[in-house]
Ligand binder design. Structure first.
Ligand code: MSP
Length: 526
């Protein structure tokens, strides 16, 4: 029997400042995939959290005149609040300063030592403080950090190293044998050709220059370099090496680990090697997504082009914000946030296409059949059959895109069904059928209403992982309040039923004035 469990993770975020809309994307994406799997009957586990150690956090706290602990406590609370506001369905929220994590990390280090994978030496290199990462001379871009473009400084210190070289041939083989370990494929090639094949360097895993971190027990002047600490969260949160490791046994290895493009390297090289050293299985898939950027480049406070999710939610609602993020972000390329695009998607996709389809349907069912719909028609004409076939095929397309993580494309598929169903109204002209007294016309009209309601039911199931409330509103307005109608197994079926729709349909989204809203969104950028 198929194993119906599913474990998904997001990166754990640095709580150095407020989370912007770009950061919120990965969590929304993971939430959507998690809900999709749950809908399909998987037992899912979804982890997110905060990466709270390191020099950068220490510096931010010092600047604020508070302790690092006070700073991260405050930030972790606001992160949890944001995820709640965004209806994120995570099962756990791990903080790397929690005792459960620190204790397990101590044991992980002990295991590395036992395996002879760690040795003491000296590290010298170019260090980027904000990225907490050393670079070789060759890796620098115009003498600056290749990841963030900021200044780097030369540093030398006594450090512990992880013997990555020992795993060189193992990881090369692993990549060879598991071509889908990292997706998109372009990212996999980049990691393999630019980082693995040229030869791995041993990884410096400790620091003596700051103390906000997990100390190496046997040599406490050394504080763990953030990546060993951070990457371990995916297993410590499940209780690995703790008294109760039930969750670990049940859910590890992860099915999908979602990470941003600049941290695939850590997840695609160091993480598998750490796991190999621990004798653990590797995650099944790492998805390295691209970035949401602004017209003038990266979102940055100093440029003043940052958008915060709370501001969009307050004005346009959560579902419009989630829809925008999941629709705009492409599988393998960066996507640009523009106020124009945001408001057009809101007005066209949500108000016009989806909102009007529901509104017209509810209005007509009330007007022509006092609110009742049922599958009690005898005629089944070509237009109906064509609509049914189109819908079923497009649902298959949706599923295959979701399964391949082409999440934006899968939303496009849903909107193909929305448009096709709107077109079906024009093709069948219910207002003309309604004027025709014949029995045949009445039956046809019933069939049209039935098909509209059924397609909206299917649409509501398909969008439920993306827009939880909107999906629920569609079910409720159509009278599909029984769980039966919301079941994934019936997403492709045209069901037999009789239900009564709401008397007055509330609009799902209120149309907005384009120019006014563009100005409004521009003013939100900070
Ligand atoms: N703490 C590390 C991750 C450790 S995981 C074991 C970290 N934190 S971060 O806060 O800097 O970034 C977290 C994630 O947010 C990264 O995956 C990064 O790609 C993502 N994003 C940051 N800005 C983003 C956009 N503008 N768009 C999309 N994702 C963005 O790295």
């Amino acid at each position: 029997m198929e194993n119906k469990k599913f474990y998904i993770t997001t990166p754990i975020y640095y709580p150095s400042g407020r989370f912007h809309i770009g950061t919120a994307y990965a969590t929304t994406l993971a939430d959507c995939i998690n809900r999709y799997k749950k809908l399909q009957g998987y037992e899912t586990y979804f982890l997110t959290g905060t990466d709270e150690h390191g020099q950068k956090i220490q510096t931010v706290a010092e600047k604020r005149g508070i302790t690092p602990q006070e700073h991260v406590d405050e930030m972790a609370e606001s992160a949890k609040k944001l995820w709640k506001e965004m209806n994120i369905s995570n099962n756990d929220f791990i903080r790397t300063t929690e005792e459960r994590h620190e204790k397990a990390v101590d044991k992980i280090i002990e295991k590395f030592i036992e395996n002879g994978d760690i040795y003491k030496g000296f590290y010298e290199g170019w260090y980027c403080v904000p990225c907490e990462n050393y670079f070789t001379e060759l890796q620098l871009v115009n003498g600056k950090c290749p990841d963030c473009g900021r200044e780097v400084k030369k540093m030398k210190e006594e450090s512990y190293f992880f013997n990555m070289k020992k795993y060189q041939s193992w990881i090369e083989n692993f990549y060879e044998e598991n071509p889908n370990f990292i997706v998109p494929d372009s990212r996999r090639k980049e990691i393999l050709n630019n980082f693995i094949k040229p030869g791995l360097d041993d990884l410096c895993i400790s620091r003596t220059t700051f103390d906000w971190g997990i100390k190496i027990k046997s040599d406490p002047k050394h504080v763990l370099y953030v990546w060993v600490d951070a990457l371990s969260n995916y297993i410590t949160a499940l209780g690995y090496l703790s008294e109760d490791d039930t969750l670990f046994k049940k859910y590890w290895p992860a099915d999908i680990q979602i990470v941003g493009k600049e941290i695939i390297r850590f997840h695609g090289i160091y993480w598998p090697i750490f796991l190999k050293s621990l004798g653990l299985e590797l995650p099944k898939k790492i998805y390295g997504h691209s970035w949401l950027v602004m017209k003038d480049g990266k979102m940055s406070k100093s440029v003043g082009n940052v958008i915060y999710p709370e501001d969009l939610i307050k004005k346009y609602g959560l579902d419009a914000t989630r829809y925008y993020l999941l629709r705009t972000m492409q599988y393998a390329t960066d996507s640009v946030f523009t106020p124009e695009d945001f408001i057009d998607r809101y007005n066209f996709d949500l108000c016009n296409d989806l909102g009007n389809l529901l509104n017209r349907t509810i209005g007509m069912i009330n007007k022509y059949f006092n609110g009742y719909i049922s599958k009690k028609y005898k005629v089944s004409n070509d237009v109906d059959i064509e609509l049914e076939e189109f819908t079923t095929n497009t649902i298959d397309e949706f599923i295959s895109q979701m399964d391949d993580l082409y999440v934006s494309n899968s939303l496009s598929s849903v909107w193909k069904i929305v448009s096709r169903t709107n077109k079906y109204i024009d093709e069948t002209t219910p207002w003309i059928l309604a004027k025709d007294e014949s029995l045949e016309a009445k039956e046809k009209l019933k069939s049209v209403m039935y098909h509209l309601a059924e397609n909206l039911r299917k649409i509501a199931i398909l969008i439920s992982p993306f827009m939880v409330d909107t999906s629920e509103k569609i079910f409720m307005q159509l009278g599909f309040d029984n769980q039966f109608f919301k079941t994934w197994n019936f997403v492709k079926t045209y069901l037999e039923f009789e239900v009564k729709v709401t008397e007055k349909g509330e609009p799902l989204f209120l149309r907005k004035d384009r120019e006014e809203e563009i100005e409004y969104i521009k003013n939100l950028m900070k």
